[in-house]
Design a protein around this ligand. Sequence first.
Ligand code: ME8
Length: 649
Amino acid sequence: MAKKFYITTPIYYPSGNWHIGHCYTTVICDALARFHKLLGEDVFFLTGTDEHGQKVEKEALRRGVTPMEFVDPLVSELKDMWRLLDVGYDRFIRTTDEDHVQAVQRIYQKLYESGDVYKSEYEGYYCTPCESFWTESQLVGGKCPDCGREVTRQKEESYFFRLSKYAPALLEHYEKHPEFLQPKSRVNEMVNNFLKAGLNDFSVSRTTVKWGVPLPFDRKHTAYVWIDALLNYITALGYGSENDSLYQTYWPAELQMVGKEIVRFHSIIWPAILMALGEPLPQQIYGHGWLLIGGEKLSKSKENARPELTDPYELVKRYGADAVRYYLLREIPFGSDGEYTGERFLQRVNADLANDLGNLVSRTQAMIAQNFDGKLPPRGKEEGPDGELIAAAEGAFEKVRAAMDALNAPDALAEIFAVVSRANKYIDETTPWLLAKDPAKRERLGAVLYNLAETVRIVAILLKPFLTRASAAILKSFSFDEGAGFHTLSFGGLRAGCRVEKLPPLFPRFDVKKELAAVADMLAAKSKAEEKPKAESGQGKPLISIEEFGKAELKVGEVIACERVPKSDKLLHETVRIGGEVRSVVSGIAKFYTPEEMVGKKVVVVTNLKPVTLRGVLSEGMLLCAEDGQGNLALVSPERPVESGGTVR
Ligand code: ME8
């Protein structure tokens, strides 16, 4: 039976504003999944979206849509992004998927029945952007220790997870399985800062968040979004459902790749939950580094996303999926942070893809077209540098495999491109253009071109997990099976006489300066276009919460008397009945309504404004008006009859 390989990415918040940093985890996982498939393993690659929680609920409310209406288009965008980048997952799970929701409920029920989830009261600090709870001592300068943003104090009834119980078992697991959390640098932080300091039970339900999975044993509560999210790794396989055959096949995961900022959730809370469920732990959690701009994490909420082209859709449109994948997989030292710049991106594409690989392919194919009418000449006897080239091509696989076993895609690519360089050197050494001038050397010319073609084929097979498009195009142009796996890697796979097509250049070469200037112009035009509608729609005021809005008291009133305010051409003085109460109100609407017109009107009154005196007349409220953009006012009144005293909200 084939060895199995279950690999997961974190599930993404449907945030929109996708940037190239978001693509990092998933592109690496995709390359690893493809690599293992080519080894003939039975691979399951999972990704998806993390859609519940306060952040989504609030944003949907702010936009006046339901949470589902808010997340749906963002999920489609994310799927488009993966399609554009050739990310070939086996399941895309959404935490709003019915099977996930039901499984989360069954899991909570199980933990509640075993006593690992219990009722208590939560009091502490909450960071909404991170969806994380903190105790006072964990705050840094009163702010969230993860992102440095404001936290809010919260107190409510809540269900807790008995995390404290699992600290000794977790420590033991870390000692027995040094490979569990990688790279090693992350282990110290988790073990010393968290595990050894002792773990506190923590709140795993909310009554204030409606957009979440309701707990089956207490439906006032919804599941804490992080627990809901972490469980996706097993619910996606049918854990907690009637059909858990995928779970039986693939769990535990060989690899769970995450960004370093979420290592704590994955290396402490996640294994503790699995222990509480009596399920095996994943073999490895890998916490990768970040793409930085100007030394700061490239992120959707920070301005640092601006001066560089970071939009994956635009990057793929300009440079192609292979170039974006190549940059991510080759340039960032694995496990560490890496600075992202458009300049480095273009230099990489030019040097490695357009020059080294592109030239090798086009020169080989052009010479076969010119000298052998596009038909591959036969393999000749080995001489000169042939042995060295063949050894480099044949020996690359083991090196690439060792690098990929260490999850090191940059090193794996460096090994493949060492073969490309060796082949380019071979062209200089064998000078096929001189051989072509001497009919006596035709056989040698054929042998040289065969060796080059075969090296290119091996390179293309090795590149399949990384450059999905170019590798397929190259194999096809040599009439070789595009679906071929790593079992075809021994030298001599190409058949003499097969058709060799001449490909158009695989990668364009960029004039770096010109391209950077074009990108800067494009970004400037885009940000100008974005600014305009904002200014026009008058979105100048800061956002407020529903609680802040709720501070204003608005009621329906009926104007029972009205007169002009003496010596003022703007002000009217209304007497307004609001339920059982009568108030005096002064409004600046004399240019738009006569006192006679006002009497009998139903109006909306702000009733908890501090009273003021205007031109000697007491005003105990304000009538709401709409303005048409030219300064003309129209009173706001209920669209259907409502008794005076009715609340407006
Ligand atoms: O964390 N460089 O989702 P997310 C590298 N929903 N990787 C980056 C990055 C950058 N600049 N910016 C983001 C979540 N990422 C939770 C996970 S899992 C049960 C729940 C990576 O949308 C980040 O590290 O904020 C993470 O791996 C992924 O994008 C999704 O981040």
